[in-house]
Ligand binder design. Sequence first.
Ligand code: NAD
Length: 258
Amino acid sequence: MEKGMLAGKTGLVFGVANRRSIAWAIAQAWAAQGARLIFSYAGDRIRGNVEELAASLGGEVLIAPCDVSKDEDITTFFEYVKSKTDRVDMILHSIAFAPKEALEGEFLNTSRDAFLTAQNISVYSLIALMRAASPLFTDGGSVVTLSFYGGVKVFPNYNVMGVAKAALEASVRYLAAELGPRQIRVNAISAGPVNTLAARGIAKFSELLKVYGDRAPLGRTCELEEIGQTGAFLASSASSGITGQTLYVDGGYEITGC
Ligand code: NAD
């Protein structure tokens, strides 16, 4: 990819919690290509982390709170965005949550509350954020979200999050179809397992890493930096013909049969 592919572009970043976050890997890759970024954070506990990381990129630190389960937070966040820019070119949605007890044991025991929480925070948030951002996408753009193969195949303990990822990938297709005429592209990166805060909520996560190491054609899962580079590719004009897709960055695990 040429340098400066995102120069003059403004991106909104949802989902940085710390330096291990996939969102941070993609944000760094976007910034390295010249993008100006506005960061959101979920809750005062992680504000300091996000502020520090955003500052490390240099330039003005643009950061505001947004708990995506609250409509009023989304409204306030976009008021902040509008005070800083009149155009948005990219959105990174790297958010997921399900109660810990729903990410272990039997899927059959998933409670209604856990199911709705997973769908609300991990899926509906993409639709809600896109609706709020829509008027600001005045010159096309690119939206990137994060999925996992557990939305297609069964992975032990992934449970309710697998169903959420299936709904997320379907939402990507519906949004891509609707926003395509405005040249707004919407894609998902289906990443292999990486050790992050969210991943630690999944029971026996280390076994998953081992399975990828044993079976993936590349003999490993992906690196955060590789997800970052794919995020930059999907945001840039290098991927201008791609929308509605789920792109695997997983060491090739997805093609294996056994
Ligand atoms: P992470 O914990 O660093 O990121 C998850 C983010 O979701 C955090 O920043 C958290 O603050 C945010 N979040 C949770 N509830 C929120 C709410 N109500 N409002 C706003 N933000 C909220 O972990 P991660 O692994 O970087 O996860 C990012 C995305 O990548 C998720 O969608 C995850 O499912 C996906 N993913 C992760 C892996 C993996 O192995 N880590 C693999 C494939 C896909």
